[in-house]
Design a protein around this ligand. Structure first.
Ligand code: NAD
Length: 486
């Protein structure tokens, strides 16, 4: 970016509103470390205004929540088109801010939001919101799916747009209204969403965007005007939010951290699947929650697997995320790089064998880069096999039988993603059934919008995507009809 992008208002109540305070959030380029823009810093007062606007929009007897699904779908189609018109700039802003390679930002950050808006509008229209169930006690029940109300959404910086729309798309399609708090590291992209909502003519208050830090996030989560919380982020923050929601008896969806296993079986042709393996283990510079960062390798072919993964990591094009040839960009911040480097030091001090990487790239003297790094001979009890690193660091762990591979895969606090690599998809599926995880792929890892995504254990509560991701923003009401009303 040659000029900086600076905003001085928030998208609240269907328009641009002045912030309540003078605070501002500076935004930096992950690859040049330069300041590339700023936005106002949200405060409790801004959240109050945003929640009040969302509440009015939801409670309006002729408003969004009472519109037919078809009418909401028309508005969401305009919103999708307005986002598409800004897709290239959205991808560019995300890439600059968090280091996501531009080809990936085009797919995830430009591509996913309109796709999700259309998928969920269609799903609400097709699936219907009411059903009559014949009873077994003489009467019938009318079962209605109503919108949950005002949604407080808090999102992280790693895939900011796609993750935001995992919440915004089903929530708005359901008839709910939303206040979303983006992470301070990635805010410039969020303002394009406000512009698109304005252009699409979303009714005032249906969507409100207030960037800020964790205190503002915590304030939103506990706000008396919020009916449902949807959070994506670290397990530590998720626990704090779950405590708040537990106390308030407020429904909450939590998408948290992971330490997933990529299980390589002894019949796998890893070299033939290397692109898919890369996408499942090192995508977005290692900054994705579901990546398979523990590679379980069979003793029989251990050295070959270590060599293949080492070759993959050492051959990746590391550099400017805006260069379409770049496969691995910088980390989001110097703080994140320090965190990743401290895990690399821990891996070495605990006795794992570094086969490639481990340092900052020599030819890149600016930007928060870390070389793609592979540790072999890792014991699953070691810190780098147990804790989420959130950077381009893989741990290869040997196993001697399939039972042992499953035991290692399950010996973790987390349960979010994972993959099995094999020439025999049936064998892979049988093994995948034994892995304790919310999602897992055979020779690939993909979150298809039609299928539920989410974790078990410390990876979270609830599901996004699929019909389940819509149900998270609906409440059920049963009206019992006695036999005389048939
Ligand atoms: P983080 O938890 O520190 O921050 C995430 C968001 O929550 C930010 O907007 C932050 O301001 C806010 N926040 C932090 N503490 C809060 C609190 N107590 N109350 C309310 N809001 C709070 O996480 P991060 O470092 O920004 O993101 C990385 C983490 O997110 C990783 O652990 C990663 O695995 C996880 N993640 C999970 C998924 C998933 O779908 N499971 C997806 C992406 C990222």
């Amino acid at each position: 970016m040659t000029t900086t992008i600076d905003y001085d208002q928030f998208y609240i109540d269907g328009g641009w509103q002045a912030p309540a305070s003078n605070g501002s959030i500076p935004v930096h380029s992950a690859s040049t470390e330069e300041r590339v823009g700023s936005v106002p810093e949200g405060t409790e007062r801004d959240i109050d205004l945003a929640v009040a606007a969302a509440r009015r929009a939801f409670d309006d007897p002729d408003g969004w929540s009472r519109w037919s699904p078809a009418r909401r779908a028309e508005a969401l189609e305009r919103f999708a088109a307005a986002l598409e018109a800004r897709g290239a700039e959205t991808a560019r802003r995300v890439s600059v801010q968090n280091g996501m390679p531009i080809w990936l930002a085009n797919q995830f950050e430009a591509g996913f939001p309109p796709l999700l808006l259309r998928y969920y509008s269609g799903l609400v229209a097709e699936s219907g919101l009411e059903e009559i169930r014949p009873g077994i006690l003489g009467g019938r029940s009318l079962v209605i799916r109503e919108p949950v109300g005002v949604v407080g959404a808090v999102v992280p910086w790693n895939v900011p747009q796609a993750i935001s729309f995992l919440k915004i798309a089903p929530a708005l399609a359901s008839g709910s209204t939303v206040v979303i708090k983006p992470a301070p590291e990635t805010v410039l992209d969020a303002f394009l969403v406000g512009e698109a909502a304005l252009e699409a003519g979303l009714p005032p208050g249906v969507l409100n965007i207030v960037p800020g830090g964790r205190e503002v996030g915590a304030y939103l989560v506990s706000h008396p005007g919020v009916d449902k919380v949807s959070f994506t982020g670290s397990t530590a923050a998720g626990r704090a939010i779950a405590e708040t929601c537990g106390r308030l008896l407020r429904p909450v969806t939590l998408e948290l951290g992971g330490k997933s296993a990529a299980i390589v079986l002894d019949d796998a042709d890893l070299a033939a699947n290397i692109q898919s393996f890369f996408a499942s283990t090192l995508l977005n510079n290692g900054q994705i929650c579901w990546l398979g960062t523990r590679i379980l390798a069979p003793q029989r072919r251990y050295q070959e697997v270590v060599d293949t993964i080492t070759g993959l990591a050492s051959s990746l094009a590391v550099g400017d995320p805006l260069d379409p040839a770049t496969q691995l960009g910088p980390l989001v911040s110097s703080r994140q790089r320090e965190r990743v480097e401290s895990y690399i030091a821990k891996g070495e001090s605990e006795g794992a064998r570094l086969t490639t990487g481990g340092k900052r790239p020599k030819d890149l003297d600016r930007g928060w880069y870390v070389e793609p790094t592979v540790f072999a001979d890792v014991d699953n009890k070691q810190t780098i096999a147990q804790e989420e690193i959130f950077g381009p660091v893989l741990a290869v762990i040997p196993y001697s039988s399939e039972e042992e591979a499953v035991a290692i895969a399950n010996d973790t606090d987390y349960g979010l993603g994972g993959s099995v690599w094999t020439a025999d998809p049936e064998r892979g599926t049988a093994l995948a059934r034994k892995v304790q995880s919310g999602t897992i792929g055979i020779n690939a890892y993909v979150n298809d919008p039609t299928a539920p995504f989410g974790g078990i254990k410390s990876s979270g509560i609830g599901r996004e995507l699929g019909p389940e991701g819509l149900h998270a923003f609906q409440v059920l009401k049963t009206i019992y009809l006695d036999a005389s009303s048939s």
